[in-house]
Design a protein around this ligand. Structure first.
Ligand code: NAP
Length: 329
């Protein structure tokens, strides 16, 4: 190994910097494995696009998403974890050590923890981006509480939209589900529950054409949307305080296509009750493998599991290598 190769070799490399990645970093750092975290294109992950997080245990008065991620990063760094603010663009898990490439460099690792998360699908409007965190949200569990006695819209016709709409009725005075067709992808039970909820109304054959809002003293507030009819393309304005985008999530797994086992929607498959992927030494944790819970606290829990799985696996791996070396002498 050349000096550069040695410098770029690590026992554990973590890809992704959300709650799963940082918790995996904290645990592997405390196990003296000197982990490296590739923070990727969105350092801190999905929580950096939310505002206040009130359901992360330990923060009695809530905490802002970006601040929570900053604390997690610093806590891992305190024990020696190192962040690299680059994106992994290519992986080769067919040989040991595993190879990871960024646009600039090549790194190798004995074990990999994947924590690349998932991204909420967005509609793709400029105004949606502008009011994200100021009325527009992609997470009812995170932000629903801020819409007490207000009118909110939920876009989508799947289980997520029904679930988010039902959840939002705990706070909002009125929830309107906006869906682009008349048929719903949602399961019957979830759809029935939403239809039977007196606070929920449905607007079908409509899409969000634009998000409306105002900006006063530097403070942005969403005030409504322009709806477009999908049949006759007519437009109408609808006043609303919030807009929840619930048109699905996509796991960030493009990098691993054809390399790691995934389900039909692209989530990484792990052995039940563990974080083992189909390749020994490669572990997956958090939203990249979890489409059911998708919470910061469950991702953090899985990050801890991945670190423990990796530490134990590395112990066995190193033992095996020592035995092989002894046999070859
Ligand atoms: P989904 O089933 O893919 O539904 C996405 C919905 O968003 C569809 O109705 C789709 O409309 C609509 N949509 C997609 N792109 C859109 C766009 N650009 N503009 C407007 N509407 C758009 O996603 P999901 O609801 O997140 O569910 C994902 C998976 O998780 C499913 O397997 C679901 O069963 C599961 N899940 C289960 C639960 C539960 O059991 N508690 C809860 C949540 C999710 P079209 O129908 O016209 O395509």
């Amino acid at each position: 190994m050349s000096d550069t190769e040695k410098r770029n070799h690590h026992k554990v490399i973590i890809i992704g910097s959300g709650p799963a990645g940082f918790t995996a970093a904290l645990y592997t750092a405390r196990a003296n494995l000197n982990p490296i975290i590739f923070e990727g294109l969105q350092p801190g992950g999905q929580l950096t696009i939310t505002t206040e997080v009130e359901n992360y245990p330990g923060f009695e008065d809530g905490i802002m998403g970006p601040e929570l991620m900053d604390i997690m990063r610093k806590q891992a760094q305190r024990f020696g974890a190192k962040s690299i603010y680059r994106e992994i663009t290519e992986v080769d898990f067919s040989k040991r050590p595993f190879v990871l490439k960024t646009y600039e460099d090549t790194y190798t690792a004995d074990a990999i923890i994947i924590a690349t998360g998932a991204s909420a699908k967005l509609i793709g409007l400029e105004s949606e981006k502008k009011f994200m965190g100021y009325g527009v949200s992609a997470c009812a569990t995170c932000d629903g509480f801020f819409f007490k006695n207000q009118r909110v819209l939920v876009v989508g016709g799947g289980d997520t939209a029904m679930e988010e709409a039902n959840f939002l009725t705990k706070f909002a005075s009125e929830v309107i589900i906006v869906h682009r067709r008349e048929e719903f992808r949602a399961s019957k039970i979830m759809l029935d529950r939403a239809m039977n909820n007196p606070k929920i109304k449905f607007l079908t054959n409509k899409v969000i054409f634009d998000v409306l809002g105002k900006e006063e003293n530097g403070r942005k507030t969403m005030t409504g949307v322009i709806l477009e009819d999908t049949k006759n393309y007519s437009k109408e304005e609808l006043q609303a305080d919030g807009l929840f985008i619930a048109i699905g999530h996509k796991p960030n797994t493009n990098l691993f296509k054809g390399i790691l086992d995934m389900d039909e929607t692209g989530y990484l498959k792990v052995k039940q009750g563990s974080t083992y992927t189909n390749i020994e030494g490669v572990f997956a944790s958090g939203d990249v493998t979890d489409k059911v819970y998708r919470q910061a606290v469950t991702a953090a829990g899985m990050g801890c599991m991945a670190a423990i799985d990796a530490e134990r696996w590395l112990g066995e791996f190193e033992h095996k290598v020592q035995m092989e070396n002894a046999e070859n002498k």
